[in-house]
Design a protein around this ligand. Structure first.
Ligand SMILES: NC(=O)c1ccc[n+]([C@@H]2O[C@H](COP(=O)([O-])OP(=O)(O)OC[C@H]3O[C@@H](n4cnc5c(N)ncnc54)[C@H](OP(=O)(O)O)[C@@H]3O)[C@@H](O)[C@H]2O)c1
Length: 241
């Protein structure tokens, strides 16, 4: 694919899946507006706008959106990728502040990012494509992941509501990307089986080389977005299907 001229916003672009999407998009010629709390994987340059921000800060997100549209003129694709995993433990042991933070970033952050993009599309008058990064955990319960499963289920439903409200203006998918080799997976593999019952299965997946590289998962997401041959019906999509 040649994606020169295409513009994407990617949240959570300092490492992991977000960095993988950014690196592949950059290689394919895209212009990118990247954000995360620490510096994004690519520095600001001719085709990159890199900003440090927290996706739960709505003012910072609106400013960033404005800056991206001033810089690149339009945004073809917005990816709400920033996310947290912790707390990983039975709910009865989950610390309040960690739960609150998880729901803030994984749900509120996605709602605020989606809203900023929709406002931009309405202001500019164009159509767009919104990918909210969900998880298989939205559709299946995992022991120890109460907050994470609930947050990703919320992302699925939020995305379905956006499709109802804005289907004429934006194609929206809530995408489970598969198991990707990132810091999140490393954290999981370090858990005890009392905190996370399936830990041995995830260690086994890692040892057998079954995890996707972030750039491969990133390439699959960009194909879903821009390659008509990879287009899928429906809002909630699992890239493993
Ligand atoms: N890895 C997997 O197997 C897998 C599977 C299914 C779904 N996912 C989803 O994929 C997405 C990326 O996960 P990952 O595995 O790449 O995790 P990761 O390696 O931990 O990366 C998370 C990214 O999100 C950013 N981030 C976290 N909180 C943020 C905030 N408040 N504001 C802005 N950026 C924030 C982090 O950057 P800073 O720390 O610099 O802010 C980082 O760039 C998540 O939504 C995750 O739930 C992952």
């Amino acid at each position: 694919m040649d994606l020169s001229g295409k513009v994407a916003v990617i949240t959570g672009a300092s490492r992991g899946l977000g960095a993988g999407i950014a690196q592949v998009g950059h290689e394919l010629g895209m212009s990118l507006a990247l954000c995360s709390r620490s510096l994004p994987v690519l520095a600001s340059g001719p085709h990159v706008l890199a900003r440090e921000l927290d996706v739960t800060d709505s003012d910072a997100l609106e400013d960033f959106t404005h800056e991206a549209s001033e810089r690149f003129g339009h945004v073809d694709l917005w990816v709400n990728n920033a996310g947290l995993l912790e707390p990983v433990a039975p709910l009865r042991e989950a610390p309040t502040e960690q739960l609150r933070r998880l729901l803030d970033v994984n749900v509120l952050g996605v709602a605020l990012g989606s809203r900023a993009y929709l406002r931009l599309l309405h202001r500019l008058g164009g159509q767009g494509l919104l990918l909210n990064i969900s998880s298989g955990a939205a559709r299946k319960p995992y022991h120890g992941w109460s907050g994470y499963c609930a947050s990703k289920a919320a992302v699925d439903r939020l995305s379905e509501v956006i499709a109802l409200e804005e289907g004429e203006r934006v194609r929206v998918h809530s995408v489970a990307p598969g198991v990707v080799e990132t810091g999140m997976q490393e954290t999981l593999r370090g858990k005890s089986s009392s905190d996370f019952k399936d830990v041995e299965r995830f260690r086994g997946l890692h040892e057998s080389g079954a995890l996707l590289a972030p750039t491969d998962a990133g390439a699959a997401l960009l194909r879903l977005a821009f390659d008509p041959a990879a287009a899928r019906e429906g809002v909630c999509i699992d890239l493993r299907d």
